[in-house]
Design a protein around this ligand. Structure first.
Ligand SMILES: [Ca+2]
Length: 402
């Protein structure tokens, strides 16, 4: 803290305490208007305080007087009061204060009282007036100022070509999963989620830190299951039709791991799986370090129950972060890794039983799923090694562009 803020001029008070007696000499015609003969009056004029009021040495003087005002002495009105060498503010009757409007450079002030005809009537001198002496300011140590709080820069959003609206995203910037976006799917589902998976999903095999959601599969006994993991979905919270859906993900290269980033129909308008469709943006086999795959599942008209189109893409290290995306349009579905399309499906290649719409079933709202499965049929029931303890799927963000 500064010790002497603005001590520059507020330095004097009660500097003037001289008591001046003004004697109206007898025989001098008061006011020069032939009104002589009045009894000499003794006027006691007492300065009670003075203080400098600004940096320029202007002085404010207060006084008392044994008359209501020194301007009214025995029937005379004095129009003004001068202070020698300086100008003063207009005097206000009864105010008992004036301000010296120019710097005080004398050690005494001579007071001159004028009457209404501008005749000097009384003079007096106030001695020992404190001079204005600016105080030397000794700078304090610079105040310690906390650095301004700046919000951490938000994530840089790279918009896919042709997309201008970030419709929704979860950047995982908090310290726990945002339940406004996600719902845990717990347990082992029916028949290992239909896939003979070997994990038991909990609502606690995940954590959010440093802008990343981690889903951790563990070798951990839970009922009849030897592994735990987590599976989350945005059903009834974030669902939409068409758009560009992208997640930046790092995957575990551990045999038996089956991570997935995919979408399912929010309302299954065309019926239960597979009639309402499934869009698998990214799946991987932890055993194969440089491969992921994408797929589209649906049903067909000719009595075949389940049909699908899939593609395996090689050449990227799944342990590193990559951007896995689907560009979902009415007539085409394109799969991309790091902005490069590796697989495209056209509307003539999909259908759904019971609908004549050429766009069905991929013309309704879908929601997003993230999970890290263990075992299951996807990699022909490969299981983690005996010394397996845990494996992490890391998601930097999930974004939906329109
Ligand atoms: Ca993030």
């Amino acid at each position: 803290m500064n010790k002497k803020l603005s001590a520059l001029f507020a330095l004097t008070s009660l500097l003037l305490s001289s008591c001046t007696t003004l004697t109206i000499p007898s025989g001098i015609p008061h006011g020069g208007q032939g009104e002589g003969g009045q009894t000499p009056e003794e006027v006691v004029f007492n300065v009670t305080s003075s203080k400098f009021i600004d940096e320029e040495g202007h002085l404010e003087v207060s006084y008392s007087c044994n008359y209501p005002s020194p301007f009214e002495v025995t029937g005379h009105s004095f129009s003004k009061l001068n202070v020698s060498g300086v100008s003063i503010s207009e005097l206000t009757r009864g105010n008992n204060m004036f301000t010296v409007l120019s710097p005080v450079v004398y050690s005494s002030l001579k007071l001159e009282f004028y009457d209404t005809n501008n005749v000097i009537y009384l003079t007096s001198r106030l001695n020992d007036v404190e001079m204005y002496t600016p105080e030397v300011i000794i700078p304090d140590d610079p105040p310690v100022v906390d650095p301004p709080v700046i919000d951490p820069p938000g994530p840089t959003i790279d918009y896919p070509q042709g997309y201008t609206e970030l419709y929704w995203s979860d950047e995982f910037d908090g310290d726990k999963l945002d339940k406004g976006n996600w719902t845990y799917e717990t347990g082992n589902g029916s028949g290992g989620w239909g896939n003979n998976e070997s994990e038991y999903y909990t609502d606690s095999n995940d954590f959010v830190s440093d802008g990343v959601l981690t889903i951790r599969a563990k070798a951990e006994k839970r009922g009849n299951f030897n592994y735990t993991s987590t599976r989350i979905k945005t059903q009834n919270k974030v669902h939409f039709t068409y758009g560009y859906v992208e997640a930046r993900i790092s995957l575990p290269v551990v045999t038996g791991m089956w991570p997935a980033f995919w979408m399912m129909p929010n309302d299954s308008v065309y019926g239960g799986w597979p009639h309402s469709g499934e869009i698998d943006i990214m799946e991987a086999k932890g055993r194969i370090a440089n491969q992921s795959s994408s797929a589209l599942h649906f049903s067909n008209h000719d009595g075949g129950y389940h049909d699908y189109i899939a593609h395996e893409q090689n050449g990227h290290n799944i342990a590193e972060y990559h951007k896995y995306a689907v560009e979902w349009k009415a007539d085409t579905i394109r799969y991309l890794i790091d902005n490069v399309c590796h697989f495209q499906i056209n509307k003539s290649q999909w259908q759904t039983r019971g609908s004549t719409s050429e766009l069905a079933p991929f013309d309704k709202d879908f929601y997003i799923i993230l999970n890290l499965a263990v075992g299951g049929h996807f990699d022909n029931y490969q299981m983690p090694p005996a010394n397996f303890t845990s494996a992490d799927m890391k998601i930097d963000y999930v974004r939906v562009f329109k």
